[in-house]
Design a protein around this ligand. Structure first.
Ligand SMILES: Cc1ncc(COP(=O)(O)O)c(C=O)c1O
Length: 451
């Protein structure tokens, strides 16, 4: 087994979508013990199945390409690790490893989380009277759960784009919520090329007719599964639409959640803080029924996937509101996972507390980001040369080909020993896993598959 084969085997366990223990299973087993909602839970095998096909191809000695995995791999197939973070964790004092963290998070970590969410605009926003609260969570997933369970009424809909991270539906369903969607991309010729603003406004208006709370989840920048990032104009158009809707529907609570799972690998990591800052500088009144909240994940940015560390960071002009949210989030965390892991909170706070530590982390982050940039540039160039209609893709771990028959495309690629993942509405290309030297083969396989 060469290096890549071993890595692929090791990385099975990193997949969020990995099959649950015992899958495949008899879905009727335990029906007398499991409640009806529990009985709806079935393991999702798509990504695992396609990874397994890649591994089989390698085991048969074929020169296969692995575009299935959702973790950043070095070009040699090993998991990419931010060495500065790794070293810092290993130096943590025993008590920081063994002890509980405070229930809402270590104060230094909560302070850092606010800066990681808002970047350099944080202090200006605070000076403008914006109150910020942060609560530590079990990864970005924990932050999404905190939002789902607290900001929407049971039975209601949450607004998503039609292409979204698969587990969103599970977080929502667990809180008795449903999804409404609008198209990821607008029709050709739109003023905003990367957001269907009309579709968004239409769905939002409709939801306001039926709900007294509306929540929108937006994974931006560096969207999973497409790598799309909004432009400043697109962000402003969206924020304007949300602010307008909140002003017009003053009895409807509006929560805009920015899922920032990959933002620190994006060209504009703090674009949303910029846009909010610009809107406020232009004198926009912030409706009191509007909350903006960030679901922060350190899994990718600090290569801490397994240490389950993230935060929910909420901003609002009234500190009484953010204080109340802090209590609610802390209590929810307590009742769900107790406290989030301490050693990771301690380590990153210490690391970013010094200019040296912050710079060392960001040098490593830049190195990892450049792996993604080079692979993405190569894929975009090759797809353009071969007329493969790849979706617009800018940042982050993935690229995407929209297609009405994603299974057929993925099968045709697999026949050429290029393994991608067919998902609803298209094929996910795990740029994060594909060595630069193999990227061109992905474009060629797609071109062949489409023909
Ligand atoms: C879009 C998106 N949001 C949130 C997360 C949550 O990440 P984690 O819970 O590992 O921090 C992920 C992880 O894959 C993701 O892809």
């Amino acid at each position: 087994m060469n290096q890549t084969d071993e890595s692929a085997t090791k990385f099975e366990g990193q997949l969020k979508e990995e099959p649950l223990i015992g899958w495949p299973m008899d879905h009727d087993a335990g029906a007398g013990l499991l409640n009806p909602y529990a009985q709806t839970k079935v393991g999702s095998d798509t990504i695992f199945a396609w990874l397994a096909r890649y591994q089989n191809a390698k085991a048969e000695g074929r020169d296969a390409v692995n575009g299935t995995i959702g973790a950043l791999l070095e070009d040699d197939g090993n998991l990419a690790i931010n060495a500065v973070v790794d070293e810092a964790i290993r130096q943590a004092p025993p008590v920081e490893i063994a002890a509980y963290a405070p229930l809402t998070g270590l104060p230094a970590f909560l302070d850092l989380a606010k800066t990681l969410a808002l970047g350099e605009r944080r202090s200006e926003l605070e000076a403008m009277g914006i109150a910020i609260t942060a609560t530590a969570s079990a990864g970005g997933s924990g932050a999404l759960y905190l939002a789902a369970t607290n900001f929407a009424n049971r039975g209601d809909h949450v607004l998503l784009r039609d292409r979204h991270w698969g587990p969103y539906k599970g977080f929502l369903a667990g809180c008795d919520l449903k999804a409404r969607t609008y198209p990821l991309l607008p029709k050709a010729g739109s003023l905003y090329p990367f957001v269907d603003i009309e579709g968004f406004k239409g769905e939002l208006a409709e939801m306001c007719l039926h709900q007294d709370k509306v929540m929108m989840w937006l994974n931006d920048p560096a969207h999973n599964p497409t790598g799309l990032s909004l432009t400043p104009d697109g962000r402003m158009a969206m924020l304007e639409a949300v602010m307008e809707s909140a002003s017009v529907n003053e009895n409807v609570g509006h929560t805009l959640l920015i899922d920032a799972a990959y933002h620190l690998y994006a060209e504009e990591p703090h674009g949303w803080a910029e846009t909010i800052h610009d809107a406020m500088s232009n004198g926009w009144p912030w409706p009191e029924n509007l909350l903006i909240t960030f679901a922060l994940s350190l899994s990718k940015s600090h290569t801490m996937y397994g240490l389950r560390t993230g935060a929910i960071v909420s901003i609002h002009p009234d500190q009484a509101v953010t204080d109340r949210i802090a209590t609610v989030m802390g209590v929810t965390g307590r009742q769900t996972w107790s406290a989030a892991p301490r050693v990771s909170q301690y380590t990153v706070s210490e690391l970013h507390a010094s200019d040296e530590g912050g710079a060392a982390w960001s040098n490593e982050r830049d190195r990892l980001q450049s792996l993604l940039t080079e692979r993405r540039n190569a894929l975009n160039a090759a797809c353009e040369a071969l007329n493969v209609p790849l979706n617009p893709t800018h940042d982050g771990f993935f690229a995407w080909l929209d297609h009405e028959d994603p299974g057929r495309i993925a099968e045709a690629c697999a026949e050429q020993d290029v393994y991608l993942v067919p998902l609803t509405g298209g094929v996910r290309i795990g740029l994060c896993a594909i060595p630069l030297a193999q990227v061109k083969r992905v474009a060629e396989a797609l071109a062949h598959a489409l023909n």
